[in-house]
Design a protein around this ligand. Sequence first.
Ligand code: AHG
Ligand code: MN
Ligand code: MN
Length: 335
Amino acid sequence: MSQKISLTRYLVEQQRVDGLIPSQLRLLLEVVARACKSISQAVNKGALGGVLGTAGSENVQGEVQKKLDIIANEVLIEANEWGGHLAAMASEEMDGIYLVPNRYPQGEYLLLFDPLDGSSNIDVNVSIGTIFSVLKKPEGDRGVEESDFLQPGSQQVAAGYCVYGPQTTLVLTVGDGVAMFTLDREQGSFVLTEENVRIPEDTKEFAINMSNMRHWDTPVKRYIDECLQGKEGPRAKDFNMRWIASMVADVHRIMTRGGIFMYPWDKREPHKPGKLRLMYEANPMGWLIEQAGGAATNGRQRILDIQPTQLHERVSVILGSKNEVERVTSYHTGL
Ligand code: AHG
Ligand code: MN
Ligand code: MN
């Protein structure tokens, strides 16, 4: 790329040249990117900024909140509430939806986010991130309700994540493929560093928390067992394994070089469909992966086709290189 293209320019061109995004959505994405820059600063300060450690509270899902979970949540809310582009927000770290206060103009979009993904990696200086999803508020004059958020992932109008790692990278889709932007700290702006990201359909790399193996269901056990048999087994090739424990970082690796990521349903808490959250993690990541030529299912169904029934709904997640995801899914469905 000879000339540097900023995120701002990229979005203006998406709006003006391709007519892909309305101006309100462009503004929304710019604001989310600005919030991510600010979270990135806080992450980088680490112990110097007093941002490490737990906050001493729990979220609605009973998970202990880290200081950065709360800081990132506040940064996203404060950045987004006054711009006039949003009607309401929902977050992994808030019990209910957050309505844009009456003193600000109301927009037509709904923003959902996992403000800080990979919380267990904050204090150990391993990559973490922010994941976001944008929906349109259903038509009508009444105020926003929680049920307005319960739209299948196929209705998303934008989705993305920002990974805070050795580089800070923002990865975005508005339904026209996937683009990656790297934060240029001297300029203070995100610069386009990759367009039309494509995930290879085949892979030799899987990501799953192997310590849960004894709790898995038969199809997942079968798939991993076949991978582990390597060249001598039915797959006739050796596999490699990675598990970062930040979905954002595992997905980013898959976006970069392919692979399969799984956080499947397991027998530890059989009533729970999975660990990961449909609205803040699986839907945005599922759409990004599909937009890059990969696939995302819960083992039986395309993630994006799932009709949510609760804001904080959990789901089993299998995503990444298409042929591998289809294989694991076929082990579940028998098709
Ligand atoms: P979060 O930090 O937002 O709660 O998400 C953590 C998720 C996900 O990022 C990761 O893939 C998974 O939990 C790791 O779980 P284990 O610690 O069970 O491996
Ligand atoms: Mn998460
Ligand atoms: Mn989180």
